[in-house]
Design a protein around this ligand. Structure first.
Ligand code: DOR
Length: 425
């Protein structure tokens, strides 16, 4: 099967390409990128006025399988990813059982092979059962196919254990993704600590819970000369710490989520539990710092932290709802509306944050477009306006605070491994 995409604005961060071109796909690969390609055997896709980029790579999602299939499955999560323009996602290990041994890794990989529309790469737990007490079977899990390790959802409170994890992972050449939270400082908190939490009478999570942990882990990475990726940074002081660490030449990378650059803690004012997320939505100055960090390169990537929860779990008092926001299907339009439209990022930089950088950090041969490379692509209309609506979601869960929000930018078509896996109506 051949596909010929005509007249797309082809954007690729790796080669700094931004030009109106045709792209021919043959045998799952990009066969040719040029002007005026003609091929009478190919199925034609008209991409006039649309942007073509490498398929997005999300290094932080929760697919909930095994154990919480009522929230999401690998299949439904992959459908949501395809609808959002993602062709590779990395799934976090806070499943049941936890992805902390070879058997569970093998299950996720085989389930993904059977049911997923896109590449699903499992992340293994740093510690057994995510308990923060002893290292999990990292080498065994690597042999079984994990792409990174993380205790996402929990901070690794034992600094010595984190040091051993970084040293061991460095020896194995596997990435450590830190969920930077001091569990003592955040204990019992449900939203950002500040004026709004006081006003609402909700217990706050101070930025300090994140910042002290990032400071600690940067120093451990400096001392051990190891790589560290910091998940979902949310506080302005965190951006300062990462910026300084990069300036010092440390191998530190980080990500920010669409909800952390699109919403402040004022969104919690109506007690909508869909705004409850960890780390919490922060103050205006933090959101501005996240945007600035994305612009100046301190923040390497945009990752969704897609965290599905059932309606029955979220439909309770704010204190009792689980943390999490789904993000795969709203990421592109929020990024275009909040970052590209106001001139914070160019489309080329967006491509870097959503495709090239995450792939590079993970050591994947993905996230770019070139002749001969795998045909993982997204085509989107950067100008199309829409209102985020529940009706269109492919995810099994609907926990998003963005319903009703007017946004710009919509995925038109997603291609994974040379096949069309999503096409907008
Ligand atoms: O809000 C969150 N939800 N943050 C996390 O770190 C974990 C995630 C989840 O698994 O629901």
């Amino acid at each position: 099967m051949k596909l010929l995409i005509k007249n797309a604005r082809v954007i690729d961060a790796k080669s700094n390409l931004d030009d109106q071109l045709d792209v021919l796909i043959e045998n799952n690969k990009i066969a040719k990128i040029a002007k005026n390609i003609k091929d009478k055997d190919a199925e034609i896709i008209d991409a006039q006025d649309k942007v073509l980029m490498p398929g997005f790579v999300d290094m932080h999602v929760h697919l909930r399988e095994p154990g919480y299939e009522y929230k999401e499955t690998i299949k439904t999560g992959s459908m949501a990813a395809a609808a959002g323009g993602f062709t590779t996602v990395c799934c976090m290990p806070n499943t049941n059982p936890v992805i902390d041994n070879q058997g569970v890794v093998e299950f996720v990989i085989s389930e993904a092979r059977k049911t997923a529309l896109i590449n699903v790469l499992p992340i293994g737990a740093i510690t057994k059962g995510l308990k923060g007490e002893e290292l999990s079977e990292i080498a065994d899990m690597q042999n079984a196919g994990i792409i990174a390790i993380s205790d996402d959802g929990n901070g690794v409170m034992n600094a010595d254990l984190m040091r051993r994890a970084l040293e061991y992972a460095s020896m194995l050449n596997i990435l450590v993704i830190a969920h930077s939270e001091n569990n003592d400082l955040s204990f019992g908190g449900v939203m950002n600590e500040g004026y709004i939490s006081t006003k609402l009478g909700l217990k706050g999570i101070p930025t300090l819970a994140e910042v002290t942990m990032i400071a600690r882990d940067i120093e451990i990475a400096r001392y051990t000369d190891t790589c560290l990726h910091i998940a979902h940074i949310s506080a302005k002081e965190s951006v300062v710490l990462v910026k300084r660490a990069k300036k010092d030449g440390l191998k530190i990378t980080c990500e920010a989520t669409p909800h952390h650059f699109s919403l402040t803690d004022e969104a919690v004012l109506g007690y909508d539990t869909n705004t409850k997320v960890n780390p919490p939505l922060r103050a205006k100055a933090d959101v501005q710092a996240i945007k600035q960090g994305l612009k100046d390169g301190t923040i390497d990537c945009i990752a969704t932290d897609h965290a599905p929860h059932a309606e029955s779990e979220k439909d309770v008092e704010y204190d009792h709802a689980p943390f999490g926001i789904i993000g795969l299907e709203t990421a592109l339009s929020l990024a275009i509306s909040e970052l590209v439209e106001p001139g914070i990022l160019t489309l080329n930089q967006l491509c870097e944050k959503m495709a090239y950088n995450p792939a590079k950090i993970l050591g994947l041969d993905k996230g770019y477009i070139a002749e001969g490379s795998n045909a993982d692509l997204v085509i989107f209309d950067p100008e199309k306006e829409s209102i985020i609506s529940l009706a269109n979601f492919k995810s099994k869960s609907k926990n998003t605070p963005f319903i009703g929000r007017k946004v710009k930018g919509a995925v038109a078509l997603t291609i994974s491994n040379g096949k069309i896996i999503y096409q907008a109506d």
